[in-house]
Design a protein around this ligand. Structure first.
Ligand code: 6PG
Length: 250
């Protein structure tokens, strides 16, 4: 499947999240139909919360027992922390749907050793995707869908500009030191992102408009982390509301 990039602009934020929920479920039905399961990595931050809530309300009776949920990145905090992506997803989605606990793969970010938490999560991915550990570098998982957001500096997942994880080419998950937060983040690496069958970038609101234009139309040397998301054999879909797309030349 050749790589494609498409941009979908919805009139408002509620329209955006409805369309994103429909695309999520469409991708899930396709994967479950083809292979009996849907492996998806969720994004954190504030933008996707409305999508997760909508999935919980409008698709409560979906075949969640065929859905396997991972996290594209996590803050180095316990799952009870206000900053935890797991906590946000748990409150907006997991506690409202019938999904088996064993279908939810959480980063053990309470581990004070961020590198150990990243290695443990990588091991979870290798087990789930039946990848042999270590002896055959270059084997990467193929997620059916990865949801991503766009940070004000062009970061995505926890791949921040000028951060060490940008150059990682063999690990699946790393602890990335983010100087501006004086903290580690646990994040998927580019090889995992770019191996996905489908990636959806979700961006909403006027405060994203400049960066959306920079990423989609700007020439950046080096490229911004979000510009390095180029699925090698998959679909790249940018889903925006009018406010986030306001500065695009159309
Ligand atoms: C995180 C995210 C991160 C996020 C962007 C956008 O853990 O913060 O995975 O990449 O998607 O920072 O965040 P907002 O949606 O809050 O603007």
């Amino acid at each position: 499947m050749p790589s494609t990039r498409s941009i979908e602009v919805l009139a408002s934020a509620p329209d955006l999240f409805h369309a994103a929920a429909e695309e999520f479920v469409r991708a899930a039905r396709t994967a479950i139909g083809a292979q009996g399961r849907f492996a998806v990595a969720l994004s954190g931050g504030s933008t996707p919360k409305a999508l997760y809530s909508l999935l919980a309300t409008n698709y409560a009776d979906f075949v969640w027992n065929r859905v396997f949920l991972f996290f594209g990145d996590e803050r180095h905090v316990p799952p009870t922390d206000a900053d935890s992506n797991y906590r946000m997803v748990n409150e907006s989605l997991l506690t409202k749907i019938q999904i088996p606990a064993e279908n939810v793969f959480r980063v053990q970010a309470e581990n004070p050793d961020a590198a150990a938490a990243a290695s443990e999560y990588e091991a979870q991915l290798r087990r789930f995707f039946e990848l042999r550990s270590g002896d055959r570098p270059g084997e990467f998982p193929r997620f059916d869908l990865i949801l991503l957001g766009l940070g004000p500096d062009g970061h995505t997942a926890s791949l921040f500009p000028d951060s060490p994880a940008l150059d990682e080419q063999s690990r699946l998950v790393v602890a990335n030191w983010v100087a501006k937060f004086n903290a580690h983040r646990i994040t998927f690496t580019f090889p995992v992102l770019n191996r996905a069958a489908e990636i959806i970038f979700l961006a909403s609101g006027a405060d994203k408009a400049d960066m959306v234009r920079q990423v989609l139309e700007g020439k950046n040397t080096p490229p911004l982390p979000s510009q390095r998301v180029q699925p090698s054999d998959g679909k790249l879909l940018w889903m925006l509301d009018e406010a986030a797309a306001a500065k695009l030349t159309r």
